[in-house]
Design a protein around this ligand. Structure first.
Ligand code: SAT
Ligand code: MN
Length: 601
């Protein structure tokens, strides 16, 4: 086995682990990723040769490349994702569980000799700015150049991380192998007690970019519980007002519910004259801790976006479009004849032909066996691009201090029930509000799209330990906070009886964020309802927006009878956690039930 190494690695545990894993996987070569442009270009060239990657039109999309995953490998496979702890209770009722022995044995059998004829790349990476108290180091071993190139965008990677790690620094051991990319030999395993992740048999982002969901959410949530901080599935946005004051908001939504769009929204006409500026800190993950000043501070541990493409265009998200014009990896979209790309809902005319995400010739007239148009891009097709290329990238992206959070927002995709916006009464009620989140399933997960599932804090697929304990951890963090952020719930997806969206969404969501900021600053009153505070109609600035008065009323309505049946559903969900369910949240459920039974006054 040959190995390159630009810096000497003095970390004995790291070297031993790399060699142990290499012994199992049996690659022909080991290559350490140094983070240089030169090495990146070499890897790209190699992948162009094998067809793993395709170079896009360098005049129109400089530095951009294209990749297709296997047809059965286009989303996270939650049913093949496990938390491996000695005790099943630790993983809790919302996670798949396997014992560590079984996990290592089953995945080990698939890894065995799986890298013969391949190269094992060693990627030292930092989640968060190197040297920040928030940050964590990982090392990912992988036999995929696609993974290496994505990790170079999504994380801070290379020699600088090794240098920081020194001889004894702690790191998460992340092993990925494509193996046969067979769904029957696919496992995504987390060993929180060993600070280890093993992912085998997939090539899809969320399963294989191990710094992302696996480390930054599943392992990090476990570490956060033990170390006293929060790892959350949240975007972070800063909104600067005319006076120059920036308010930071962190918001949790399930995958493919518009986090990326919200994180880089463009103020709508009508609000523009108020002089708001939006700063994007992150679109997917927030690591938050209580600092000495008693406030909640946050960083985005990632340095790139891995965003959904279908529906993204200059109208829905001009900042995302600007971000992905260079140095971007496009996955599972339509490849056009001119070496550019297209997806359903992209700008410009629908191309007359191209090669679709499965590699087949495509025209817009093709129909599948049910007569439905064949899609050029997979519904979960993605772009990977550096955050710094975003026109609204926050100047504080690399700040080791992070940003102070004034409000936390939970949101789901609900056609009914949840109003456009409501505010929790206090922290405990806010944790309750997060814990009862539910959302319709989207293309980012395997599963029946559109069915509602409970997804507390948008963390159902990502909490690395028993969620009952996770709720308790949230309550505990609240006790440590002197300046508690307000906690809100939004729903951009409410529809009328005909399925028409009542709220325009996208940039107009700033109208709702503005109300949140006003509430945090104590500038406006609100109407108390059984579920929380709802805006007075006149306090949401609708200037420049044509919206029916009735629609607005519907959007802010709290339907008691719908909520009463929701309470039953929540109760059933809570029951799953047995004695691990914090009493405070059961009390909140009870109190909600009582409020719903009170007659209107
Ligand atoms: O899981 S991914 O990282 O592929 C995307 C998502 O679900 O947020
Ligand atoms: Mn996500």
């Amino acid at each position: 086995m040959k190995a390159n190494q630009t810096v000497k690695v003095n970390h004995k545990e790291l070297v031993k682990w790399v060699l142990d894993m290499a012994k199992m996987c049996n690659p022909d070569r080991i290559v350490w990723i140094d983070g240089s442009q030169k090495q990146k270009k070499e890897l790209e060239r190699e992948a162009f040769k094998t067809g793993e990657l395709i170079q896009l039109n360098q005049k129109l999309l400089p530095g951009c490349i294209y990749h297709r995953t296997a047809v059965n490998d286009v989303a996270r496979t939650e049913h093949l994702t496990f938390i491996c702890t000695p005790d099943k209770e630790e993983a809790g009722p919302t996670n798949n569980w396997m014992s560590p022995e079984e996990g290592y044995a089953r995945a080990g059998a698939i890894f065995k000799n799986s890298m013969i004829g391949r190269t094992m790349y060693v990627i030292p990476f930092s989640m968060g700015p190197i040297n920040s108290e928030f940050s964590k180091i990982g090392v990912e071993l992988t036999d995929s150049i696609y993974v290496v190139l994505n990790m170079l965008i999504m994380t801070r990677a290379g020699d600088k991380v090794l240098r920081f790690l020194g001889e004894k620094g702690q790191f998460t051991k992340c092993l990925h192998g494509k193996a046969e990319r067979d769904i029957n030999k696919r496992l995504i395993l987390h060993f929180p007690n060993d600070n280890t992740i093993w992912s085998v048999g997939s090539g899809y982002g969320g399963n294989v970019l191990l710094g992302k969901k696996c480390l930054s959410l599943r392992i990090a949530s476990f570490l956060g519980k033990h170390e006293g901080w929060l790892a959350e599935h949240m975007l972070i946005i800063g909104i600067e007002d005319k006076s120059g004051k920036t308010t930071y908001i962190a918001a949790a939504f399930p995958s493919a519910c518009g986090k990326t769009n919200l994180a880089m929204l463009i103020p709508p006409e009508g609000l523009k004259k108020k002089g708001y500026k939006v700063w994007t800190v992150g679109d997917d993950i927030a690591w938050m801790r209580v600092k000495q000043d008693g406030s909640l501070w946050a960083i985005n541990p990632e340095s790139g976006f891995f965003g959904v493409l279908p529906g993204t265009n200059t109208k829905t998200n001009a900042n995302a479009i600007a971000t992905m014009q260079r140095n971007t990896i496009y996955t599972n979209v339509l490849l056009k004849e001119d070496g550019t790309v297209w997806w359903e809902g992209a700008d410009g005319p629908v191309p007359e032909r191209g090669v679709d995400w499965t590699g087949k010739p495509w025209t817009p007239y093709l129909k599948d066996e049910n007569g439905a148009p064949v899609k050029g891009a997979n519904p979960n097709s993605r772009f990977t691009a550096p955050i710094k290329q975003c026109p609204t990238a926050s100047p504080l992206l690399d700040s080791p201090e992070g940003v102070p959070i004034s409000a936390l927002v939970f949101g789901g995709r609900r056609a009914r029930l949840a109003p456009l916006i409501y505010e929790s009464f206090n922290w405990q009620h806010g944790v309750f509000t997060g814990s009862i989140m539910a959302s319709e399933i989207t293309a980012a997960q395997y599963g029946a799209q559109g069915t509602v599932r409970r997804d507390p804090m948008a963390m159902i697929p990502f909490c690395g330990y028993n969620m009952g304990d996770y709720f308790a951890h949230w309550l505990k963090i609240g006790k440590e906070l002197k300046n508690k952020p307000g906690i809100f719930h939004v729903n951009w997806f409410r529809t009328d009886a005909d399925g028409r969206f009542l709220w325009p969404g996208f940039g107009d969501n700033l109208r709702v964020l503005e109300w949140i900021i006003k509430r945090c600053d104590g500038q406006v009153n609100a109407q108390k309802t059984p579920i929380g505070y709802v805006p007075l109609k006149e306090d949401i600035d609708l200037e420049g927006l044509e919206i029916d008065k009735k629609d607005m009323e519907e959007l802010l309505k709290v339907d008691k009878s719908e909520w009463k049946s929701e309470v039953e559903d929540i109760k059933n969900f809570y029951d799953k956690f047995g004695t691990r369910m914090p009493a405070e949240l059961l009390e909140e459920l009870d109190a909600l039930k009582k409020r719903l039974e009170q007659p209107d006054n």
